[in-house]
Design a protein around this ligand. Structure first.
Ligand SMILES: Cc1cc2nc3c(=O)[nH]c(=O)nc-3n(C[C@H](O)[C@H](O)[C@H](O)COP(=O)(O)OP(=O)(O)OC[C@H]3O[C@@H](n4cnc5c(N)ncnc54)[C@H](O)[C@@H]3O)c2cc1C
Length: 428
């Protein structure tokens, strides 16, 4: 194609589309409203803590094919790290029991047969939950598919809340089933936990911007698009802070903004309209703790029976993730952080070489109020396809119909799908 592709939104969906297109010689401009690209997956210097942090901990899996393709294109595969085995340490704050889920590498789940590798207290009949989730119909919720027992309480329910960012009684079983088919069902090799060695921007954003600069793509930050102009069934222009940009006959637009912004810019578009928040609390210690055993190898631990869900150990920062956090919206930051610090001491303290202080260290709480769309059956039906009624307009974003919940994998897939559709606009 000869035209110019305008990409509105410099989150990972927009960057993924830009990298794919610029790499195949297409002229690309990215317009990002914020001061930096990355959107909901970004790193920044936090003045209070005096160090760089991510807006939220992001956990990926080796099964995330689109992520690794993207990282390969921008030369950043080695920036993700994680244990060399598919291990997931857990602690139950109820009875203080600890275990490490140690998945078999291949597809045959031998780990389920070993009491030392599976969830303590589970019974094998509970495995039916996995089958039910993978066969779920579009209207079913996760709670409807879970067989009661420890596998559900200690693994499947926490996994569902993290993967969907939605409570089990409203979360879509079909979406969770898709995640299971693309990870756990493929075996441990597909479930190696991965996270950025330095930060989200250092893995996903900065190398992409370097690559785009090399490909002579233009990236304009601080540039909010306030209107999309259309006539005759196609987009004809964009309104920017400094005036309008016209789109020629061969030009295309990829709209890779958030769902609410897309609905504002395109009033006829139906998009997900219910959201869930995520809370992250970053505690800065005086010095980097020495983590022992499975925590030392994995660098994170799953927490059951509290508010905290995951605690990550990263240099001198202990970071806690709380998903589906609308339920904590009314809680005061300091009070919530104090409860969470108590949980961190109980969850991580015993697995460190030196005890954690009783007093809460300096902390930053980041509440992402619209972290993701609520992954319910109703919201799933509102997710639009890549192509739109306007010939040269394509959609990308984790809220489009990717078949996955709102994740980095989904966002990057959506950008790649938009780039393919742009190059083949005739096929509908
Ligand atoms: C706290 C948190 C934790 C998460 N944890 C995980 C995890 O563990 N694993 C995982 O896979 N995923 C996780 N996610 C989800 C993941 O971050 C998102 O799915 C992904 O980053 C979404 O990318 P996106 O490009 O679709 O959207 P966004 O990142 O929202 O990008 C949209 C971009 O459009 C820009 N924009 C908006 N309006 C305009 C405008 N008018 N003009 C120009 N630009 C505009 C925005 O500034 C933004 O940069 C998490 C998300 C959060 C918030």
């Amino acid at each position: 194609m000869a035209g110019h592709v305008h990409i509105v939104g410099g989150g990972l969906a927009g960057l993924s589309a830009a990298v794919e297109l610029a790499g195949s010689g297409v002229r690309v401009t990215v317009y990002e409203a914020g001061p930096a690209c990355g959107g909901r997956a970004r790193s920044y210097f936090d003045r209070h803590l005096g160090c760089r942090i991510d807006n939220g901990n992001h956990l990926l899996l080796s099964a995330n094919d689109a992520v690794f393709r993207y990282l390969g294109l921008i030369g950043a595969e080695k920036t993700l790290v994680g244990p060399d085995r598919p291990i997931f340490p857990f602690v139950d704050l109820g009875d203080r029991s600890r275990w490490t889920l140690d998945l078999s590498r291949g597809r045959v789940p031998f780990w389920l047969l070993s009491k030392h590798r599976r969830v303590p207290g589970m019974h094998l009949g509970e495995i039916r939950s996995l089958d039910r989730l993978m066969r779920a119909t579009p209207g079913q919720t996760v709670a409807e598919c879970l067989v009661p027992g420890m596998l559900s309480t200690r693994l499947l329910a926490p996994f569902a809340v993290s993967a969907l960012n939605t409570p089990c009684d409203s979360g879509s079983a079909a979406l969770l089933g898709a995640v299971i088919r693309q990870s756990l069902a493929k075996g441990g090799r597909a479930c190696l936990p991965r996270f950025p060695a330095v930060g989200l921007s250092e893995s996903f954003v900065d190398p992409a911007l370097d690559h785009l600069a090399l490909m002579k793509a233009e990236v304009r930050t601080g540039c909010r698009v306030s209107a999309i102009l259309s006539a005759g069934g196609r987009v004809t222009g964009l309104r920017l802070p400094e005036g309008e940009v016209a789109l020629d006959e061969d030009d295309r637009l990829i709209l890779a903004v958030t769902a609410p912004v897309a609905a504002d810019l395109l009033p006829d578009l139906r998009v997900p309209d219910a959201f869930e928040s995520i809370v992250n609390v970053h505690f800065r210690l005086d010095e980097a703790p020495v983590a022992l055993g499975a925590l030392g190898r994995a660098r994170f631990i799953g927490v059951v029976g509290g508010i905290s869900e995951w605690v990550f150990v990263k240099d001198d920062i202990l970071s806690v993730t709380v998903s589906a956090a609308n339920r904590y919206a009314a809680r005061d930051n300091d009070e919530l952080a104090a409860v969470i610090w108590g949980e961190v001491r109980a969850a991580v303290g015993p697995a460190l070489a030196h005890p954690l202080p009783e007093d809460m260290p300096p902390m930053r709480m980041v509440r992402e109020r619209r972290a993701t769309f609520a992954a319910t059956p109703v919201q799933e039906r509102l997710r639009p396809a890549t192509r739109t009624v306007l010939d040269n307009l394509f959609l990308a974003g984790d809220w489009t119909a990717t078949g996955l919940p709102a994740t980095i994998e989904g966002a990057i897939r959506s950008g790649a799908a938009a780039s393919r559709a742009v190059r083949d606009p005739g096929r509908r």
